[in-house]
Design a protein around this ligand. Structure first.
Ligand SMILES: Cc1cc2nc3c(=O)[nH]c(=O)nc-3n(C[C@H](O)[C@H](O)[C@H](O)COP(=O)(O)OP(=O)(O)OC[C@H]3O[C@@H](n4cnc5c(N)ncnc54)[C@H](O)[C@@H]3O)c2cc1C
Length: 480
């Protein structure tokens, strides 16, 4: 296994548990890839960016269970929104069956006008009645679909954009409508619990300790600071890897679970040429995510997290509350201010193209201004420190039609397989997508040696009328 992100780890754990002896090689000093945390010089442990999961991410939940981390994810039933005037609204499920379970809080949602709500309800009903797959969305952008379904400017700005830009790390005009629609179908319409936001109660890197143990317990090994500099392919078969230190490593089979640009650098050039296995990869583009971290000298926020309307900042996470233990820098490893009574907030801006070139100090000032609008207590609080982390290549962009460039995990090389959120999973670049790719690669490898191991978990079952509509849509698809 080359790469110890969620794709590599999930594949490694699944294979180790079914009797394979796995050697996982990870270039960095810690596991988790893009979904990890590290220690700052002052001892605080920070996530490279806040990561959240949703109730509908069934494979990620399965992975957390396998590695003993499920109890370190806390799920929240209530979502908090705040507008420019600081007015709060919440969204949560009621006792009504899907797709109506969100309706009572949606009706009360203060940030949308009646016309906005009518347009949104009509589009959501169209999605639900089509079992999540409305006709005519292939290859078009989400923004095109929103215009087609006559969404008001308010609905687009204060509802669709708010949910989707952070979920898919892309602007509405540059995202495939199918992905945008699926977010609503799987998370908000199809089941009562699909929308629940799951947030780790520990720094991200601490979630993966069980993964290392699972591999080692079964005779395998996990090697950190062990980069691969070349993957040898001979006659469409994996023929060994050359490590950064120049040594060679042999294995019966290999799963490469590195980012797509890295894979192109490690494999023979011809694999990326037209008509060859990795031909599509050069068409995948990446989009950026920026996070800003603020340590205040006193409490400034009471909610666990807030979604911001009408701001560049999309989410504010109250890390002190989420990790537990105000300001603590030890114990569970929570990251805090030097002052024990302080509060650590993390702000996330997805699809942050405009910020990539901007100086960090400017971003800090912009975020601080936005914070003052939604959390007035930050105006008088002292700022102990602040930092900005720019992930320029955070995720591949879910551009319209992007799926045609994503290779399958099994590319027909007998003993060489791919994993990574960018491989073909049907999901966008998410932790769930990465784990799905890992499980699919593990299934393909097992099948190659004549075994029928299955790791991929089913989607969350649809409920209420959505179950009826999903079954009807599936029947009519299978007839045609
Ligand atoms: C800022 C940010 C915020 C995000 N927020 C969310 C979120 O809230 N929710 C969500 O679901 N998803 C989120 N994502 C996406 C999510 O992090 C990724 O989709 C997922 O972690 C990808 O996992 P992966 O294993 O496919 O790739 P990676 O995590 O990139 O793993 C690849 C691994 O390969 C290793 N590697 C690279 N080269 C070599 C080499 N030569 N030899 C050995 N090892 C090598 C790397 O060090 C890395 O550990 C976010 C991503 C970013 C960047």
């Amino acid at each position: 296994m080359i790469g110890g992100g969620l794709a590599g780890l999930s594949s490694a754990v699944a294979l180790a548990e079914t009797g394979f002896r796995v050697h996982l090689l990870e270039k960095r000093p810690h596991l988790g890839g893009r979904a990890t945390s590290y220690t700052l010089p002052d001892g605080s442990e920070v996530d490279n960016c806040q990561h959240v999961t949703l109730g509908c991410c069934t494979n990620l939940s399965d992975f957390y269970k396998r590695v003993g981390a499920a109890d370190k994810i806390r799920f929240y039933d209530r979502l908090y929104f705040v507008d420019k005037e600081g007015k709060r609204s919440t969204i949560e499920a009621s006792w009504l069956p899907p797709p109506l379970h969100m309706a009572p809080s949606f009706v009360k949602f203060g940030a949308l006008s009646l016309a906005d709500k009518r347009a949104i309800a009509s589009a959501l009903l169209e999605v639900a009645r089509a079992g999540g797959k409305p006709a005519g969305v292939e290859g078009i952008s989400m923004l095109d679909w929103l215009h087609r379904t006559k969404q008001t400017p308010g609905a687009i700005e204060r509802y669709w954009r708010v949910v989707l830009v952070s979920a898919l790390d892309e602007e509405l005009a540059r995202m495939d409508a199918r992905y945008g629609i699926e977010v609503f179908w799987k998370a908000f319409l199809g089941s009562r619990k699909g929308y629940r936001v799951g947030i780790p109660t520990v720094p991200l890197a601490q979630l993966y300790e069980g993964g290392k143990l699972a591999v080692e317990k079964r005779g395998g090994e996990v090697r950190l600071r062990c980069g691969v500099r070349e993957i040898r392919i001979e006659g469409k078969r994996f023929a060994g890897a050359i490590l950064d230190d120049g040594s060679a490593l042999a294995a019966d089979a290999c799963i490469a679970a590195v980012p797509q640009e890295t894979l192109l650098n490690l494999t023979p050039k011809e694999m990326a040429q037209a008509g060859h296995a990795l031909e599509g990869l050069s068409h995948l583009e990446n989009s950026p995510i920026t996070s800003a971290h603020f340590w205040f000298d006193r409490p400034v926020m009471s909610e666990p997290f807030l979604t911001l309307l009408d701001h560049a900042t999309q989410w504010v996470f109250n890390k002190t509350l989420l990790i537990g233990g105000a300001g603590s820098r030890n114990g569970n490893g929570a990251a805090g201010a030097n002052d024990k009574n302080g509060q650590y907030l993390q702000l996330v801006i997805s699809a942050s193209y405009d910020l990539v070139q901007r100086p960090r100090q400017e971003i800090i000032e912009m975020c601080r201004k936005e914070l003052a609008e939604v959390l007035p207590a930050t105006k008088s609080a002292g700022l102990v420190k602040a930092t900005v982390i720019k992930e320029v290549n955070a995720t591949f962009s879910p551009a319209p039609g992007v799926d045609r460039w994503r290779p399958r995990q099994d590319i027909g090389f007998g003993n060489f397989f791919l994993a990574g959120d960018w491989t073909s999973t049907g999901w966008p670049a998410t932790m769930e997508g990465a784990v799905r790719s890992g499980y699919l690669a593990a299934e393909a490898l097992a099948a190659a040696v004549g075994r029928n191991d299955k790791f991929l978990q089913p989607d969350m079952p649809f409920e209420g009328l959505c179950k009826v509509w999903a079954e009807k849509a599936a029947r009519s698809r299978s007839k045609s």
